[in-house]
Every structure is written in C-alpha cells, then in structure tokens.
Write a protein that binds this ligand. Structure first.
Ligand code: CP3
Length: 339
C-alpha cells in the first residue's frame, strides 16, 4: 500500500474497504453491544483496537483504518455529538451567533487533547497489534463535510442548511472552516506521531457544492490541512476523498497537494486514467455490487482492475460498505482482486 501511494504499480493491487469495521460483521455487532453508545466505542482504546483488528483477522486486508468517526472533532470542540439507532449523528445545530464563541473557544490544541487522547492511544495500540506488512491509516473529516453536520445537526440528503449558511454568512463560515482545518491538521499530526502510516481526509459531501463553493469550501480547507501537516511531517502521505466531485476531481490533487485521490464509483474509466497520470488512485467499486455478489460483483471488480490496473492503484469501494453486505461477498471480492 505504501509503495503504491509512493507511485509504484503492483500487479495485484493492495486492497482495503472503507468502513471495513462495521455492522456487516457479527463480531462488530457483538462488541458494539458491550460498548453501550457508539461514541463510547470510539473513546475506549481497548474496544476501538478490537473492532479495528476484526476485519484484519478475518480477511487479511492490506490496510487497516483506525476505528473512530469524523465527528469526534466537533465533539471534542464542545459541539456535543450523539448517535441514534436508525437516525445517525445528532448535534445541536450551530447558529450564526455561536460561531465566534466556537472559534475563540478553540484556539488551542490543548482544549481538544484530553478528549481525543483515547483515540491516539488506540492508534498506538493498533500499530503494535497489526502485522508489520499491514498499513495503518488514520483519518479525519474534511472541514466542509464536518461543518455540514454541525450546521444541520443531523444527516440530510443534500446538505442544503450548510450551503445556505455559507451563502448567507460567508466570512463566519470561512473562519469556521479554518479553525476546523487547523484542529484537524493537529489531530492528523498526532495520529502520525502515534503510529499512523498514512491518513485519509473524507470529504463525503464534496459533491453537493457549486463550482465556486467547491474551490472555496473543499479545495481551500483541504490544502490548508495538507500544508499544515507537511510543515511538521514533510513526507506525510495523505489520501484525499472528495466524494461526488465529478469534473472537480480534475486538478484536485495538484491544488490541495494530496498524495493520492479516492474515487467514487461514478468516475468513468477514461477520466480515472487521466487522473491516475498525476497521482495514485484508490477505488472505486459501487458498494451495491458488493451487496449483490455473484456476477455483478465479479464483473465490477474486473472492470475496476481493467480501468486502473495499468498505474498505481489501491483497490477499494467508491464509498463505505453497507450493513446489509454478506460477509461471504467480501471473501469473494478479495479472491477476485487477488486472483
Ligand atoms: O472505515 C472504518 O472502518 C473506520 C471507521 C469509520 C466510521 N465512520 C465508523 C462508523 C470512519 C472512517 C467513519 C467516517 C465517517 N463518519 C464519515 C465519512 C465517510 C462516509 O461514510 O462518508 C462520515 C460522513 C461520518 C459520520 C457518520 N458516522 C454518519 C453519517 C453515521 C451514521 C450513518 C450510518 O452508517 O449509520 C455514522 C455512524 C458510524 N460511523 C458507524 C460506524 C461503524 C455506524 C454506527 C453504529 O455502529 O452504530
């Protein structure tokens, strides 16, 4: 995986799956029950290490991803987060009147460090538990995607509340993204120091912005994170995942400085190959092919490998694995990719 991120092509691509520790695994559901709440699981190093290791033990993926969530950053910054069964994350929506307080109250990393310490302990514990050849990925959410949840207070289908907030309160919104970028950069640096081999920045909602919004709210803050991390860790390997970016994938790596880009499943093969001439790419099987299994899965895997196999490629889905995915289909995927 590291060699591929450094630009080398492997005949058999390294493979991991976004959300590989999750509800499709019976052993995850078991540990999750013991933990109580989802955030208790994220903030308990032993349990976080255990669920991170579960898919590695079962499938032998080439990379492992820290078990946590992108919303631990707002949670640690005082915007309390909880997760409700069937509804996802719930936050008290931040109002324009609260933005100044949010920014000034979070000038220092020290304000977050206490709350996030268990996550960094988990990173160190996972690194020692992993086989040497398995890459450990840390991660954070991109400021835009994190802000969408802080503003709406829950999942929405199009993040209209955050888009509207950005148009109405441009300056305050920019300041909010900057503080999120700075704290996220600190957080990623700590993850590297604790043992992460590379990190991924999840911009899951990059696809809902207009072109000017994409430049301002996705490209700008991610560039700020990359520059800040590299000022402290010059050779930091960073995967950018601006899901749904469409034509905006063009130039994204050059503008932000990310090492590699994650592609969602809508990116056409010819366009993906063009992007792969600039940087290594990761992706991009449609997750519903993994749910379907059978020929839909085999054909999908073959198409992805045919499209991306002639350059540096990390095999992955185009977004996270869903809870309704049969475990046997993950085995089928690995057999097909590695065969
Ligand atoms: O990939 C992994 O195995 C590592 C763990 C991980 C989780 N969330 C665990 C999780 C990672 C990398 C994330 C990132 C994340 N979290 C993103 C970006 C990636 C993406 O999927 O777009 C986002 C947008 C979030 C915010 C979030 N967390 C939402 C919207 C939800 C609810 C939706 C859902 O799938 O239920 C979560 C909950 C969550 N995060 C779960 C897991 C395993 C399921 C909750 C549970 O187990 O009860």
């Amino acid at each position: 995986m590291i060699e591929v991120l450094d630009g080398k092509r492997h005949t058999v691509p390294p493979v991991w799956i976004m959300r590989q520790a999750g509800r499709y695994l019976p052993e995850y559901r078991e540990t999750r029950k013991k933990a109580g709440s989802f955030l208790d699981l994220c903030y308990s190093p032993e349990l976080a290490i255990e669920v991170t290791m579960q898919p590695i033990r079962r499938f032998g993926f080439d990379a492992s991803i820290l078990f946590s969530d992108i919303l631990v950053i707002p949670d640690a910054m005082g915007r309390k987060v909880r997760f409700e069964e069937g509804r996802g994350p719930i936050l008290e929506p931040i109002s324009i009147e609260e933005v100044d307080g949010f920014i000034s109250g979070n000038a220092e990393w020290e304000t977050l460090a206490g709350r996030l310490q268990p996550v960094l302990e988990a990173v160190a514990g996972i690194r020692s538990a992993l086989p040497d050849e398995t890459t450990l990925l840390g991660f954070c959410g991109a400021p835009w995607t994190v802000a969408t949840y802080m503003i709406a207070g829950h999942s929405t289908s199009d993040q209209a509340p955050a888009r509207l907030f950005a148009h109405r309160h441009g300056e305050a919104f920019k300041a909010m993204l900057n503080v999120l970028a700075d704290r996220s950069a600190d957080y990623l640096v700590r993850q590297f120091e604790a043992g992460a081999d590379a990190v991924q920045i999840f911009d899951s909602w990059a696809g809902v912005l207009d072109p000017a919004g994409f430049e301002r709210h996705c490209v700008g803050p991610v560039k700020r994170i990359v520059e800040s991390v590299r000022a402290r860790i010059p050779d930091a390997r960073i995967i950018g995942f601006p899901k749904g970016a469409g034509m905006n994938y063009r130039g994204y790596a050059e503008k932000t400085g990310v090492t590699a880009i994650g592609l969602d499943w809508t990116v056409p093969p010819g366009f993906a190959q063009e992007l792969q001439k600039q940087v290594p790419v990761q992706g991009n099987l449609d997750p519903t092919r993994l749910v379907a299994g059978g020929r839909a899965l085999d054909e999908g895997v073959d198409e992805v490998c045919a499209a991306l196999g002639s350059g540096p490629h990390v095999f992955n889905l185009g977004h996270g694995i869903t809870p309704d995915t049969p475990v046997a289909h993950v085995e089928q995927l690995l057999k097909r990719v590695r065969g």
